[in-house]
Design a protein around this ligand. Sequence first.
Ligand code: URA
Length: 291
Amino acid sequence: MPICMPSPTDAQADLIAYLDFHVEAGADAVLDERPHDRFGEAAAPAPSLRAAPRPEAAPRPAGLVPPPGSPPPAAPVQPRTFGRAASAQPDEAASDARARAREARTLDELARILADFDACPLRFTAKNLVFADGNPGARVMFLGEAPGADEDRIGKPFMGRSGQLLDKMMAAIGLDRTSAYIGNIVPWRPPGNRNPTPQEVAVCRPFVERQIELVDPEVIVCLGAPATQTLTGTKDGILRTRGRLFPYKLPTREAKLLATLHPAFLLRQPVQKRLAWRDFRALRTLLDGTA
Ligand code: URA
């Protein structure tokens, strides 16, 4: 005899959608009103939205019985270990990052060292290290802020909508991923696409600085304020710094650093594309040596 399983009520479906939204957005812990030492708890299973224990006494509402053919319930989330990110002080982590980054003699070595580096907490929430894309021998290197969901999934920078716009902007001045190198200031996706914290940027910075040294580009294009501020030390916003050329010291020469608008900003404010177009034309002129 066929068994009819009730579907979730509208209210239950709303609640499930609400929880899914938060999980997708990167929320992976249930908080309450008291502070918790999450790093101290790292050895114990982290409370998780997906694995939140149900109160024993509360009977499961009939509407939440999964319909026939639904996938089996998700396995309980395994406790995460946060490596040294759990205990390292930010200064200690940054000086360790400097020492480790200096060890790299090639980009491949640098990528391997980064993949093993466990003093940045972002690596424990990201799916992949997003090291670089493009041609390491290129004369121009583009730097964004941090990977988003598409980049995290694929493991390469600028793969989503911002990346498509960046590709078009590069194409407009005769560049593509065979003639440019692309990276980020922070190589792991911050959960839920939040901004990386100053501590996370400080820990990752020695690696991106070494990456720039190893690529040795003539021109570094900083996409947006975080990349520009990290590499130049300016506190000015991007609408002030865009179009400006900063000197950038490399071991054997001085490169030019050009600040411009981030493609994600241009997607939100398309009217500003004309400013970015000015900057890209200036970039073309620089590369042509006609500046
Ligand atoms: N935004 C960035 O800053 N970097 C990426 O890789 C993608 C989007």
